[in-house]
Design a protein around this ligand. Structure first.
Ligand code: 3PG
Length: 321
């Protein structure tokens, strides 16, 4: 049997690619180029994607040899897991790869609001100096704030660990029971209490379809009017028009949104231009370390290819997701 053919549709770390290149025939095709993509799919034994390539039944139907899908990253909302399962295709992601990066993003953004960095870049008169010092008094410290975490999965737990050190109180809500030893002292509360009591509310649910518009007008009616709201999960979890209306009505509230629906953010986004909405371009996981960690999905893809019979992928039943 020859070397397996692996299709890469989004950027990966160069070292990880070089490693895979020693073992497989790599084809790089952006999914924005449908004719090249279709041709490459015909030959592909594996495909490695990140956030923006949709691996759905239509794509799989063009890839008769495909036996492995590698998601260099955590969220798999862009991969139709049922369709892969039906074809016996192994799906592999990198659940641990960017936890610390996202946690750092969340706290960086919180501090950016609570303690914004102001640079002195010129000589300042005494009056103005005094005025700055007054204006820069933050209304509240993190140490006296209630940090609410919606979704105490891997990233939520890591947020709660840091929160246990820095926040006044940490509460969370999750659909499932989280073992006490994974909570770092965070207090489980019902959804209503979490919404109502959080000074800072950060969303760490996964990208399952049921989470669409999880934060809409109903939820926003319960949150504090000066809440710091953070979404680094998936854009569709938040109802953007409802959030926009909330932010307009409550100028002391701040929303930090790293993820959007759609991405890139379109000109018609109701959140664009609001002074109290801070939009970032899906960079929660954008550290070199996290990108490298995610890219090393190549090792697991290779291991899965080694295990599978590439001549008859439909016979393989193993799925890691
Ligand atoms: C993820 O699900 O891992 C994050 O959203 C990061 O995705 P990225 O590969 O697009 O940075």
């Amino acid at each position: 049997m020859g070397r397996p053919a692996v299709l890469i549709t989004e950027p990966l770390d160069a070292d990880a690619l070089a490693w895979l290149n020693e073992r497989c025939d790599l084809t790089h095709v952006e999914d924005a180029d449908p004719s090249s993509l279709n041709a490459a799919l015909t030959e592909a034994d594996a495909i490695i994607v990140r956030t923006y390539t949709r691996v759905d039944a239509a794509m799989l139907s063009k890839a008769p040899r495909l036996s492995v899908v590698g998601r260099a990253g955590v969220g798999v909302d862009n991969v139709d897991l049922d369709a892969c399962k039906a074809r016996g295709i192994t799906v592999i992601n990198t659940p641990q790869a960017n936890t610390s990066a996202v946690v750092e993003y969340v706290f960086a953004m919180i501090f950016n609001v609570l303690r914004p960095a102001v640079r002195v870049e010129r000589a300042i008169a005494e009056d103005e100096w005094r005025q700055w010092r007054d204006e820069l008094i933050t209304p509240r410290e993190l140490s006296e704030s209630t940090l609410g975490i919606l979704g105490l999965g891997r990233i939520g737990q890591a947020v709660s660990k840091v929160g246990a050190e820095l926040a006044g109180r940490v509460i969370y809500h999750d659909l499932v029971e989280i073992p006490r030893e994974l909570r770092s002292g965070a207090e489980p509360v019902n959804r209503e209490r979490m919404l109502a009591e959080s000074d800072i509310l950060t969303i760490h649910v996964d990208g399952r379809a049921a989470n669409r518009n999880l934060i809409g007008a109903g939820a926003l009616a319960s949150v504090k009017h000066d809440v710091i709201f953070i979404n680094a999960s998936r854009g569709f979890v938040v109802d953007s028009p409802a959030l926009s209306a909330f932010l307009c009505e409550h100028p002391r509230a701040t929303a930090i949104l790293d993820v959007h629906d759609p991405e890139p953010v379109g000109a018609n986004s109701p959140l664009l231009g609001l002074p109290n909405a801070i939009l970032t371009p899906h960079v929660g996981a954008a550290t070199r370390r996290a990108k490298r960690n995610m890219s090393w999905v190549v090792k697991d893809v290779w291991a899965a290819l080694e295990k599978s019979d590439r001549q008859s992928p439909a016979q393989s039943q193993s799925t890691l997701l």
